[in-house]
Design a protein around this ligand. Structure first.
Ligand code: XBP
Ligand code: MG
Length: 236
């Protein structure tokens, strides 16, 4: 039986990357008087590295190695990233980043059917709670039985750690859960944790490799897809 559905956030709950995280990174770079600019194409490449702090470090190593000699580099990256989070939350507060089609409906249906809902994401917790607050309303944060986010685990996706952590919090085996993801990194993470995964492709991920997914969909917008998710009867 299906006991819980675990949602990824970026690209799955909402298209947050191109017009959310990316401009937030750029605004933080400006505030720190850096002449860095991540255009949409470069950002697509940088998405290979999950996690904002990790992505900044990777960019430095590849494109701005002079920064590597900075004293307290890790702290500096953390401060830069905090500034990025501030800008990202400001963008969410403007209400310009909606939930993807079918997400709100699925969340409501799962709750009505007493199926647990959780989040397993690489992004910062504050980004998750803000996205929920500015889309479904503040109270929606409490609808989630578990929110696994950011630095709570040592290894971010594609490592399975965040899914292991989330399953442990729920006290459920992977066989009783479904994950909803949008990316190859996300799928590798959920798949390695033994969780059946539905992919909803997103702006930056549509051409990635989704071998191992139970289903690959454009989105969850079709009501007809819902009963099969709730009964847990996917892929076979
Ligand atoms: C999403 C990410 C995140 C965001 C930025 O990956 O990699 O890093 O781009 O969030 P996934 P932070 O959807 O696979 O979880 O800057 O807060 O890390
Ligand atoms: Mg994602």
């Amino acid at each position: 039986p299906l006991s819980a559905v675990l949602f990824d956030v970026d690209g799955t709950l909402a298209e947050t990357e191109r017009d959310g995280h990316r401009p937030a990174f750029n605004a933080a770079f400006k505030e720190f008087e850096l002449d860095w600019h991540w255009d949409t194409e470069l950002y697509g490449k940088l998405l290979k590295i999950t996690g904002g702090k990790e992505r900044i470090r990777y960019y430095i190593e590849k494109y701005a190695p002079d920064i590597l000699s900075k004293r307290d580099l890790s702290n500096w990256i953390a401060e830069l990233h905090k500034t990025k989070t501030k800008y990202f939350v400001d963008l969410l507060a403007k209400g310009n980043i909606p939930l993807r089609s079918g997400i709100a409906r699925l969340i409501h249906e799962l709750r009505e059917n007493e199926i647990k809902i959780g989040i397993a994401t690489t992004t910062t917790l504050e980004n998750v709670t803000s996205l929920l607050k500015y889309t479904l309303g503040e109270e929606s944060i409490s609808w989630f039985d578990v929110i696994g986010a950011g630095d709570i685990v040592a290894q971010k996706k594609p490592a399975p750690d965040i899914y292991y952590w989330t399953l442990k919090e729920l006290g459920l085996p992977p066989q009783q859960c479904i994950a909803i993801e949008d990316s190859e990194n996300g799928l590798q993470s959920s798949y390695a944790a033994g969780i059946k995964t539905i992919i909803t492709i997103s702006e930056y991920t549509y051409s990635q490799n989704f071998n191992g997914a139970a289903m690959v969909l454009t989105d969850l917008g079709e009501p007809g897809k819902l009963p099969s998710i709730i009964s847990g009867d996917i892929a076979n």
